[in-house]
Write a protein that binds this ligand. Structure first.
Ligand code: BGC
Length: 727
């Protein structure tokens, strides 16, 4: 049997120049309503000549294959919460899974692997063979409109969870592309922002997330490897990500040994020769810089043909590795199984932030429960943009926003709560009139306010307050003295100024297609909450490293102000670049709040349970390579079964000048009274710092303190790891 490398090389030897150019030039794969207004990002700002070639199933991207050589067409669709269908297509409605923030809040590696498999399988059902996601940009700008697509503020957690989704998708014979490489931290001015980040901060922050997502811990066997990487729109330290030799070639391909291909984000390429020489292997979403321009560059020698062969080798090797050249069979659809996975992710990803004992509602609860919140009778929200999944069962609310899709999902928290508490009387109020909602609350024994924040790609939120007067609504309901439970259905973290006046708070994020059911199961105690925060809920925006999102300068074209749209980018009408300077350096997320000694509303890693876990002891065995194995004895001293996420944070020797960081965790399920040992492997690289001088990871000598903790701010045991102890 030929290796993927040999098979790819044989194909390349048989391909004509035109065929090789064809494989590196991607198109939009869906029909576009040219009558639709071309607004910010809408319909990708397409014009007629960009309509897709025949054969496209109707998704984000399409690359014609080479049938005479058995190379299939590439059909690319959005990933992250399921298989997207930006325009309606056959079987394009599918299960919408909980957001990436919810997925990450599970900290559950096998569950997210299963999620990836569900996505891969559904992709094949729909004729899609390359998934555009997951995304592992860090959520260090909590107001970013895409936080719901990202995996939190810690690079090791984000990379680990992202990797499982990618590999799961590939397990099912579909290539997964990790995005957006790199430093795509905010949506405001996303086409013209220049992210300024120091080398060390990049390596120990954003790039570490990608490194973990792509390479995993050193001891993992990974025969296939993640198949593709998507660049970002922004510049990084003055150079477009899509023509950034440092990012694409020096770090990604040479240092990390990435063997897949690099595709541009849609409209993120800005040149032919510099991009090709920097390491960009495929352009989307039309033949602007590649296509005939690349052919000319090859013919006149500006780009060596060996580089074009390398682009093709990378694409073909990934396709061959996942099996795409060997089978095109479409599997049977498994909607029920996907809904079940969606429910489990929601159940494990909902985080109980605060609880004065009101939850769970007692078994057989027969009191009056008020449910307040817009659409909580029929739906749960999800995030908008290219990651939005057109939901099976339809959108019960139908509240579109511009041309970018945004859906509510058909899952009713109210209905599910009625089913879970059959003896209770459950009343509903939409919450649009504060006084009416307070009146209802006053008549209840307990009230559940389901607050939401809608977020979407291309638009940051103006601030971290709940929108539409919901803070005031919660305050008015809480003022009735009826115990109040607040459920947050938000893209990411928000401010909780009313938290001292309410009985319980839950972060449900965008909980997906079975979100209402999962929520009801947690409120009623059928499921014990176990999620933990992948990001810090700050007390105030004043406490963030940056009080506001970096503002974009107004755009002026030749004939007056112009809008910054994708069509303008595609036709080379650039806006003015502006810098986003991340001078917090290594202090990303909780590292910032810890280093500056700020109080937070709810810390990174925090999450309550109905069970009670005691941390009885721990031992550390140093590994030969400088890593360690931490064993923690845990007991469930509570009365219900539960799952604890045990976390390990490392404080490096002072000379390392590095903030305390998460280096590992274990997810442990325990019956009441049960004891068990959690084993956490900490690789040496996670105890290393990036040496700018030596351009490599260095494990500093000296003693490392290991905090064994229930959250970043709830340390239960402290152990030491001395380098002198190395076996
Ligand atoms: C987004 C990507 C997405 C692509 C294709 C871009 O605007 O930034 O995340 O995969 O469109 O839909």
């Amino acid at each position: 049997m030929h290796s993927p490398d040999d098979r790819a090389a044989d194909l390349i030897a048989a391909m004509t120049l035109d065929e090789k150019i064809q494989l590196v030039t991607g198109y939009l794969g869906m029909p576009v309503d040219l009558a639709a207004p071309i607004d910010s990002g809408g319909a990708f700002g397409l014009t007629e000549e960009m309509t897709p070639p025949p054969g496209a199933v109707g998704s984000d991207g399409f690359v014609p294959g080479v049938p005479r050589l058995g190379i299939p067409d590439l059909q690319l669709a959005g990933a992250g919460m399921g298989v997207t269908s930006l325009v309606p297509r056959e079987q394009g409605e599918s299960v919408s899974f909980p957001s990436a923030m919810a997925q990450t809040s599970t900290w559950d590696v096998p569950l997210i692997r299963e999620f990836g498999r569900r996505v891969g399988r559904e992709a094949r059902v729909q004729g899609i063979n390359v998934m555009l996601g997951a995304a592992c940009n860090l959520t260090i700008e909590p107001r970013s409109g895409r936080v719901f697509e990202y995996h939190g503020e810690d690079p090791i957690l984000s990379g680990t969870i992202t990797r499982q989704e990618l590999l799961g998708t590939q397990d099912e014979g579909v290539v997964a592309s990790v995005k957006h490489f790199a430093a795509n931290f905010q949506e405001t001015g996303r086409f013209v922002v220049n992210s300024v980040v120091s080398e060390r901060a990049l390596r120990e922050g954003e790039l570490l997330a990608f490194e973990v997502a792509l390479t995993g811990p050193a001891d993992e066997t990974d025969e296939v490897g993640v198949g593709a990487v998507m660049t970002s729109y922004n510049k990084l330290n003055g150079t477009y990500a899509s023509e950034n030799h440092y990012l694409l070639t020096e770090v990604l391909k040479d240092e990390w040994g990435f063997r897949g291909w690099v595709m541009s984000d849609w409209g993120a390429a800005h040149s032919t020769v510099p991009s090709a020489l920097a390491g960009l292997d495929q352009e989307f979403p039309h033949a602007h810089w590649y296509g005939s321009r690349l052919k000319t560059a090859i013919e006149n020698g500006d780009v060596p043909e060996s580089r074009l062969d390398d682009m093709n080798l990378r694409i073909l090797r990934s396709l061959i590795s996942v099996g795409l050249l060997d089978t095109s069979r479409r599997p049977a659809r498994e909607v029920e199984a996907s809904l079940d996975t969606a429910r489990r992710i929601a159940e494990e990803g909902i985080v109980l932030l605060q609880n004065d004992g009101i939850l769970p509602l007692p078994r057989g609860f027969a009191g009056v429960v008020g449910v307040i919140g817009s659409h909580a009778d029929i739906a749960v929200p999800s995030g908008g943009g290219s990651g939005a999944v057109r939901p099976i069962g339809g959108d019960p609310v139908s509240d579109p926003q511009g041309n970018l899709p945004r859906y509510w999902l058909p899952s009713s928290p109210l209905g599910a709560l009625r089913a879970a508490l059959p003896e209770a009387e459950i009343r509903f109020d939409a919450g649009t009139d504060q006084a009416a909602a307070a009146d209802l609350a006053a008549e209840c024994d307990v009230v559940v306010v389901i607050a939401h924040q809608l977020t979407m790609e291309h638009f940051d939120v103006p601030d971290l307050h709940l929108p539409d007067g919901q803070d005031e609504l919660i305050a008015a309901v809480a003022a009735t003295a009826t115990p109040t439970v607040v459920v947050l259905e938000t893209g990411g973290v928000v401010l909780t100024p009313w938290r001292n006046d309410v009985a319980a708070v839950l972060a449900a994020w965008y909980p997906g297609h079975r979100g209402g059911e999962a929520l009801a199961a947690i409120l009623s105690g059928a499921v014990t909450p176990s999620g933990k925060l992948p990001a810090t809920f700050p007390d105030s925006e004043d406490d963030l490293p940056h009080r506001e999102v970096f503002p974009m300068p107004p755009l002026h074209g030749k004939d007056g102000p112009v809008e910054l749209t994708l069509v303008n980018i595609l036709t080379e009408k650039q806006g003015e670049y502006f810098d986003a300077v991340y001078d917090e350096e290594l202090l990303l997320g909780y590292k910032w709040f810890d280093a500056t000694g700020k109080d937070v509303a709810f810390p990174f890693g925090h999450g309550l349970s109905y069970a009670q876990f005691s941390y009885d002891g721990a031992s550390v065995i140093p590994g030969r390579d400088g890593g360690a194995v931490v064993t923690v004895s845990l007991t469930n001293a509570g009365e219900v079964a539960g799952r604890e996420i045990v976390q390990v944070y490392a404080t490096m020797p002072e000379e390392a000048a590095a903030p305390r960081r998460l280096v590992g965790w274990a997810s442990v399920v325990l019956e009441p009274g049960e004891g068990r040992e959690a084993i956490i492997k900490v690789p040496a690289t996670y105890l290393s710092i990036w040496s700018v001088e030596e351009t490599r990871w260095v494990r500093p000598p000296g003693t490392v303190r290991l905090d064994i903790a229930a959250s970043s701010r709830d340390v239960r045991l402290v152990r030491e790891l001395g380098t002198e102890q190395r076996a």
